[in-house]
Every structure is written in C-alpha cells, then in structure tokens.
Ligand binder design. Structure first.
Ligand SMILES: Nc1nc2c(ncn2[C@@H]2O[C@H](COP(=O)(O)OP(=O)(O)OP(=O)(O)O)[C@@H](O)[C@H]2O)c(=O)[nH]1
Length: 742
C-alpha cells in the first residue's frame, strides 16, 4: 500500500468517477445514460429490472482492475492494459523510454560486475536476475521503473548483502512470465497526442496560407475531384468498412482545402497502411470502396425501435450478402447466402428455399435477351432474393464478378450465365405482397457444433435443422382463402451464436456441469451467463434484406417471436417445432417389437446381403425421408435406414452374392450402425432420442417457457401439441400424414 501510495499522486476526479462506477453497479452508469434510460423504459415491461441490471456491463471490468492493482505499484490505473507473455512476443526496444533503457543497461552491467566478483556463491546470486525482465525486452511493463527503484532502495540493499536467499531452480528470461504492455505510459501517450495536434495545427495553417496564394487556387480548380478523395486521420464510423476483409476499401473524405501534394501524401500513407493489412482478411470480390458506404436503410433495424434482445443498444445493425450459391440437399435445393454485418465478425447464413428461383423456366431466354423468369409477376413479387446481393457494387464491377458472387438469375450452367438485376420491389419501401401470398416459413437456427456435426444427443439441434429444411421444402396446404397448394418457400437464418450465445468453450463447460447434476439453465447461470444470451437483430436484418417483412415462424421459443417483432419483422403465425421423438414417439414404440427382432438378432450374412441389395435398389426419391410414401415409411426407423444406407454404400462396396460377404464382422457392425435409430442428426436422417435429450427438452419447456406439451407416460403426446397452442399449423399438416414427417 505504501508503495502504491507513493507511486500515485493525489486522488483525482477520475479516481472518484471510477470508484463511483464500481460501487454503483446496480444503478445506471453515469456515462451510459442514454442506453440505460432508453432500454429501461422500453424493455422493463418485458424483463424484470433485476435482469436488466444484470445485463448491463460495467465499463471497466473490476476483476481486471483488481488484478492490475494487486500486481504491484508500477501498474497504475492508467496502465491496466497489460498482459503476461514471454520475451519472444515483445522485442521492440523502441517502445521503451530512454530513462528505462538507461536503467536497464545500468542494472545489467551491475549484475555482470557482481557475477564476476562473487563466483562461488549461490547459483541464484550468479544469475543476472532482472527483477522485471520486461524492461530489458523493451515493453512498457515498467512505466514507473525509475520511481520504483527510488522507493525501495533499502530492500535492494538488504537483498544484495545480508539476507541469505534459498537457491531456486534457474529460470531464463525467455521462460519467465512477465508483464508486457501494449499500451504506452500515459506521459508518452499525452506527448504523442500533443505532437499530433501540433502537426495538425501546422498543416492547417500551411493549407490556409497556400489556399490563399493564386497559383494554388488555380491548381485546385484543375483538380476538383481531389476534394472527394480520402485522408487517413478522420475517425471511421462503424460500418461494413470495419469488417475483416473490407479494410482495403476504407475511405475517408479529405478536407476540400487540402492541397494536391498533401492529398497525394495522404493516399501514399493510406496505401502503406493497407499493405500492412493481413492477407487472409482480403476478399477479392469486396465491393468497390465508393459503394460500400451505401447500405439500404430498410436492411437495418428500424430506427428508434426498442429491442428486447439488446439492452445496451449498439448502432443499428447493417448486413450485406456477400455470396449466394445453390446447394442440393436431401430435401431439395437450397440457396445458401453468406452475410456480413456491422455488429460482429461472424459470417451468418441464410438458407433460402424458393421454388420461383430454380424451376423449369429458370433457363429460358425471352426475346429481349433476358431470362423469361425476370418478367414473371410472381417471381418479381415473391422471389426471396437478397437486395444487397442483387445491387451492383460499383461502376467497375463486371457481370461475371456479380455472377460469381451469386447475383444471377435462374439456374446457373455452362451456357446459362445471366447476372441478376435488382427486383422492382427492392426499390420500393415495404413492397406490397400479393393478396393470396402466404408469408414464408422462417426458422431462426443457432449454430450448434456438437448437435450438427457429431450428432450429440444432449440437444436436438441437428434434428431441428434437418426438420426445418424438410418442413420449409415441403408442399403444404395453405389458408382456405389462398391457393390450395403451394410449394415450400422460406428461409432458415443460421446464426453463428453457439451454445445460446455463450460460445462453444462455455457450452462445453456447461456440459460438464450438467454431468455433475445441473441442467442446461443452471449450468449457464453458474458460468455467469443468462440462460439464453442470444440476439436476433442480425437475423431480422437478414430477413429484411431478403424482402421478408412478415413470416410464419417455426419455433417454440416466445423470445424469438418477441425479438423479431421488436426488430420489425412481423410474425403472422407460430408453427410449432415439435421434437420428432415426441411427435412420433407413440408410433415408434408400436414398431419397437418389430425393430427389436431385426436389430437385436445377429444379422445373418444372407439377410445382410439382401438388406444391402434392398438399400441399393431404392432410388433417390425413396431415400428422402420427408418424401417417403410407402407403407414402410410409417416407421421412421426403416426410412432412416434406407436413406443412411444409400448415403454410405458405394456401388463397388455392394456384394454380388450372399457368399461373397461371409465372415466379415466389421460389415455387421456397420449394419448395426445403420439400424441404430438415435443420434442420427445429420441432414436427411431420422429421429434423435436419448435420456439426456429428454432432460434437455423437458428443461426447455419447464424452465425456459418453450411452448410445447411434454408427453405423458401413457404416450398422449400426439395431437396434444396442437391443442395446447393456438394458433399453430404445421405446414405439412400432421393430421394428413404424420408418417411422412419422419
Ligand atoms: N448454453 C447452452 N446452450 C446449449 C445447450 N444445449 C444446446 N445449446 C444451444 O442451444 C441452441 C438451441 O437453442 P434451443 O433453446 O435448444 O432452441 P431454440 O432455438 O431457442 O428454440 P426453438 O426455436 O423452439 O427450437 C444452440 O445454439 C445450441 O448450441 C446447453 O446445454 N447449454
């Protein structure tokens, strides 16, 4: 404390403010009045005040501050941007102030001299001990280095003479952890700032002088365009320009009065800075700089609208679709759109299922040399196309560049490559949809590495993604007033917010807590998170970019509906997302006996070969579970089996006769794998089930307010979901053919 007191001067106003902020966390922070007050007024109806306060983050992490203060007197409140590291990480001695360099050099030579005279003493005494090795490394670790030595001369003297120090294992400077600061001492920063301001003032004065001289006036008249070029010292607004990959396009306006040579210098400076931008972030097809500043206003969050998903409200999010491509899936064709945005650096996706974009007429040319499709009224009104993708990104962008990033019409082929034009309705604010148009079916899906890749049964995410693509792709019976039959049409917004927004690392830790007895909600809380930390503002912006102002939302989660509504996307109907195991559980149990006789009996070679033949004989149509229509499709097991088998077997793997495959046990285990029902969460697969999944699903209903009915022991789950929820309609209408859903 003494040292700390000595290294700091008197208590400043900043100290008092800091103390105030740290001790008044339950109320709003003084420098966040607008966020705090607006969010409190708009969201208090939706969340209790305690939740709002919990969501509010302190501007300075008290833990970081405490760690910095406890680390020693040389770390002041101005210098908490320090971190531990090895010498290898900092070697720029230019960063060290001269006084420190001198002190470090003196310390080193003193240590050398001492080492040469005290041979035979302890190994530690022989070792040139740099008390703070970072000083020698050239980092800013010891900003108060000189003061520090002044403060503790007696301790230095004592350690060098009388006190016997226990020998400790030798640790080299390279191995030793030390403080490395990425921040210059305050005095240096203030000086730099002062220098910069002086430079600016001088430049301005020079510019005014030159501007008044007649020859410069003439020069500037011959170069009017120079005034709209760019400079480097103006602060950038948060925009797509700040996203990785876009840095190369950063542009800032130059004051019109700046002479041409200064502009050239600014451009050179900018160019040099850009070459330093790391290569992996560069995207060759990045939009031209001039057009990046553009972003259609309706893509962003409606100004002034309160969002329940963001308590401390950042500037409205803006999104841009960077690429679109066709992906064939077991459920049909999907257009995968990649989006970037102004709020995070993640690449969020939109999977668009849209029959109007990919049908028979997609490659027919009209007399005007444009695809017939383009003049189709239904296409113009209903095609789910990205406005930001279809825009021309700059005067120099070629049609081929546009086509490669996905801005094409119809189905791309070797001889059919037509760049798209923005839809007429894209130019209108809130385009009018046809009267009988049914709002597209939309699913907001959050990334789940474990569920989607390794078939985790801790959750139903893999199955949900599959089910969502299936439901959206299916033809469905529409409202009575509308056309009787429609093709599946909708969007899955795939958000990269793993583990309900807490990230994969914390989700994995949450799983460990769950193994110790917690459920998914309490595990999140123990790790310092909300039960659900997700946001839906980016999803809404993506939907709006695709022209989806209203939708039927596939979810059981009331928060998702509220969030979309708050962000300006109207939810006209909720469509339940029922876990397959709850939806088809009864039927599954009925079939269980049959299944057991097949699965538990050792598979005989002959049976196996016939099974494989059966698998190989089925065509693609039959393999797609959602489109299955035969009697055996009532049983999700056989549907899944057939599909999986087809996926995994290569023609050359298929046995010609029963005799050929005798004696190969590994093949039997493969068939056992094919026959297994649960855990098959890959796209186009079957039901996910298991005790941990059951616990997870029940937690969502019982503790997170998801709108589902938990099935009873008697198996009364079927039909109940529809009764419990209004309005709910499954686009594939369960009554007509539940079996087709698995
Ligand atoms: N934190 C945490 N996240 C989980 C856990 N299990 C799954 N998740 C994540 O939860 C997300 C899915 O959220 P859910 O609450 O299951 O479903 P939902 O999307 O909110 O609701 P629906 O729209 O009705 O499906 C995915 O991002 C998963 O990675 C868990 O135990 N802890």
């Amino acid at each position: 404390m003494m040292q700390a007191a000595n290294s700091h001067s008197a208590v400043t106003q900043g100290d008092l403010e800091l103390l105030d902020a740290l001790t008044s966390m339950s109320t709003s922070f003084p420098h966040q009045p607008s966020y705090a007050s607006s969010s409190a007024s708009s969201s208090s109806k939706l969340r209790p005040l305690s939740t709002l306060n919990a969501l509010r983050r302190p501007p300075i992490d008290p833990m970081v501050l405490a760690a910095s203060l406890s680390s020693g007197p040389h770390v002041t409140r101005h210098h908490f941007h320090h971190s531990f590291g090895s010498h290898a990480h900092t070697s720029n001695s230019q960063q060290m102030p001269a006084s420190q360099r001198k002190a470090a050099a003196a310390a080193a030579s003193a240590a050398d001299a001492k080492g040469s005279t005290s041979a035979g003493t302890s190994s530690r005494a022989q070792q040139p001990r740099s008390r703070r090795p970072s000083a020698a490394s050239g980092s800013y670790a010891n900003c108060d280095f000189d003061d520090f030595d002044d403060v503790i001369p007696s301790r230095n003297a004592a350690s060098s003479s009388a006190i016997e120090i226990e020998p400790v294992p030798e640790v080299t400077d390279e191995e030793r952890a030390y403080y490395a600061s990425r921040q210059a001492p305050r005095s240096v920063r203030l000086q730099q700032q002062k220098d910069l301001e002086q430079k600016r003032a001088q430049a301005q004065a020079g510019a005014t002088r030159q501007a008044s001289s007649p020859d410069v006036t003439a020069k500037s008249q011959t170069q009017p365009q120079a005034s709209t070029i760019r400079a480097s010292d103006e602060p950038l607004q948060p925009s797509l320009l700040n996203q990785p990959g876009n840095q190369a396009s950063k542009t800032v306006l130059v004051p019109p009065s700046l002479p041409a040579d200064k502009i050239a210098a600014a451009l050179d400076e900018r160019k040099a800075a850009l070459t330093a931008v790391s290569a992996p972030t560069h995207i060759p097809l990045t939009p031209a700089a001039e057009t990046l500043s553009y972003m259609p206003p309706q893509v962003g969050t409606p100004a002034g609208r309160a969002s329940i998903s963001s308590i401390v409200r950042p500037p409205p999010v803006r999104v841009r679709c960077y690429a679109r491509t066709r992906v064939p899936t077991p459920h049909g064709e999907v257009f995968c759109h990649l989006y970037k945005n102004t709020h995070d650096t993640k690449e969020h996706l939109a999977l668009v299922i849209d029959p109007y974009q990919n049908d028979e007429g997609s490659t027919t040319m009209g007399p005007d040399g444009r695809p017939v499709k383009e003049s189709d009224a239904v296409y113009q009104e209903q095609a789910l196309r990205s406005k930001s993708l279809d825009e021309v990104w700059g005067p120099s962008e070629t049609d081929m560049e546009r086509i490669v990033r996905g801005a094409y019409v119809g189905r791309l082929g070797p001889s059919f490559q037509v760049a798209s034009r923005p839809l007429a309705r894209h130019g209108q604010a809130g385009g009018k949809s046809a009267d009988d148009e049914i709002a597209p079916l939309v699913r907001i899906h959050s990334e789940c590495f474990t569920g989607e890749t390794i078939g985790s049964q801790r959750c139903d995410c893999g199955e949900q993604l599959d089910e969502a693509i299936r439901l959206i792709s299916e033809a469905y019976v529409s409202r009575p007033s509308a056309q009787p039959q429609k093709l599946g049409r909708g969007v899955i917004v795939y958000l990269r917010q793993e583990g309900r927004g807490i990230g994969l690392l914390d989700k994995l830790m949450a799983y460990n807590l769950q193994d110790m007895g917690h459920d998914t909600v309490s595990a999140n809380i123990l790790l310092g998170h909300l039960p659900d930390a997700r946001k839906y503002d980016i999803a809404s912006a993506i939907l709006r970019d695709l022209g989806v102002d209203e939708c039927r939302l596939l979810t059981n989660n009331p928060e998702k509906m509220e969030a979309l509504e708050a962000e300006g996307v109207r939810v006209v109907e909720r469509v339940g997302m029922v876990p397959r195991v709850w939806k088809f559980g009864k039927r599954l149990r009925r079939k269980k006996g049959k299944k057991r006789t097949t699965a538990s009996r050792p598979v005989k070679m002959g049976a196996r070969a016939s099974l494989l033949r059966q698998i190989s004989a089925n065509g693609l149509e039959g393999s797609v579970i959602s489109q299955a229509g035969t009697e055996s499709d009532d049983d999700p097991t056989s549907a899944g089996l057939r599909h999986q088998g087809e996926d995994m077997l290569q023609p050359h793997d298929r046995p010609e006769s029963d005799d050929e495959d005798s004696g190969d046990d590994s093949d039997d285990s493969y068939i056992d794998h094919v026959l297994r029902r649960s855990g098959t969460t890959m796209i186009g697969a079957s039901i996910t089930k298991g005790p941990e999944l059951e616990k997870y699903l029940r937690t969502k209903v019982e503790r997170m307010g998801h709108l589902l009915t938990v099935p009873t022991e008697e198996g009364g789950e079927e039909g109940k979901e529809g009764e419990a929820e209004t309005p709910v309609s499954q686009p594939n209408t369960d009554d007509e053919g539940e079996a087709a859903a698995v």
